[in-house]
Design a protein around this ligand. Sequence first.
Ligand SMILES: NC(=O)c1ccc[n+]([C@@H]2O[C@H](COP(=O)([O-])OP(=O)(O)OC[C@H]3O[C@@H](n4cnc5c(N)ncnc54)[C@H](OP(=O)(O)O)[C@@H]3O)[C@@H](O)[C@H]2O)c1
Length: 344
Amino acid sequence: MKQEYELVPHTILTIISSNQSMHLILSNHFTPMQLHHTLKLTPHHHHSLSIFAAPLTLTTTTTTMATHFQLSDASPSLPISPHRLLIVGPGILGRLVAQIWRQEYPGCEVYGQTATNNHHEELSKIGVNPSLKWTKDSHKFPYVIFCAPPYQSSDYLGDLRLAASCWNGEGSLLFTSSSAPYDCNDNGLCDEDSPVVPIGRSPRTDVLLKAEKIVLEFGGSVLRLSGLYKVDKGPHIYWLEKGIVESRPDHILNLIHYEDAASLAVAILKKQFRGRIFLGCDNHPLSRQEVMDLVYKSGKFPKKFEKFTGSDDPLGKRLNNSKTRQEVGWEPKYSSFAHFLETI
Ligand SMILES: NC(=O)c1ccc[n+]([C@@H]2O[C@H](COP(=O)([O-])OP(=O)(O)OC[C@H]3O[C@@H](n4cnc5c(N)ncnc54)[C@H](OP(=O)(O)O)[C@@H]3O)[C@@H](O)[C@H]2O)c1
């Protein structure tokens, strides 16, 4: 019987042979539980396995992790499935991307690279093959999306370089950045082409701009996202929890629902752009006060927000991404925060 292996990153192969048989052990020691798959093989398989060139077919599945160990990068000559996707940072956004991707390309492989192994079991359950950050760039993917936020890493730019080097240059490489670097704080208009702050103004924007530069140099694209929200996460929830917030009420903020950010990211990935910068927002900027007024009027949140008390902190910006919509051929499901509130 012929057997074929596709190797998930970090899977370790150990071959133990005896006079009568050989055992192949697949283990992935980056998962919370050590996974060992022991296959009894007859000696005549030995040659095929040692060169990894013969087409062998096998899928092993573990009941504890629901992880498929499929080897394909073991030999560069084996074909890579055309829609194989690597999600670096499969958090809220990344998991939604995985969900849409799997709907678009049923049966395709989706891999998720995380900072810790805390969520590996959850990821396996939703069909994302988890691994920890890699130390080598030996695994290539036609589609790579980097949607890990900067705050969990001591070397965000290094992580980005590693992720970019996992891209085989075929489909798309996309980095989800932020609209924060747009240089506007007078509640003024701003679009894809507006200028960004210079390097050196703040560590927060520096890291994003440097990360963007890396991705663009690799030929990847950038999606600058405005404030992400869903029913239980976002500025409205944060302010409801606090009750009184020491920020000015007239600061304009820009929002996009997590589901829309994910559908936009997937639409960009599918179009295989090179070196482009896109903007993700719902084109309905609102002041902080307007957001909380809408929340109150919706009657859908039990907590009561009291007030904003600031008066001299910086104002915001009014984002418009008509250009992105036109070029990508995308529209949000939630056209505004008010529209979203009507749907819950
Ligand atoms: N939230 C916003 O309003 C906002 C606004 C603009 C842009 N963005 C951007 O949108 C993207 C998605 O945000 P999100 O809210 O979905 O994030 P999230 O849920 O906080 O995502 C966290 C995920 O990223 C993983 N991770 C963190 N650092 C990593 C690293 N260096 N390498 C690999 N994995 C790493 C975490 O691993 P563990 O599972 O181990 O924890 C987790 O899986 C981010 O790029 C963020 O910067 C967000």
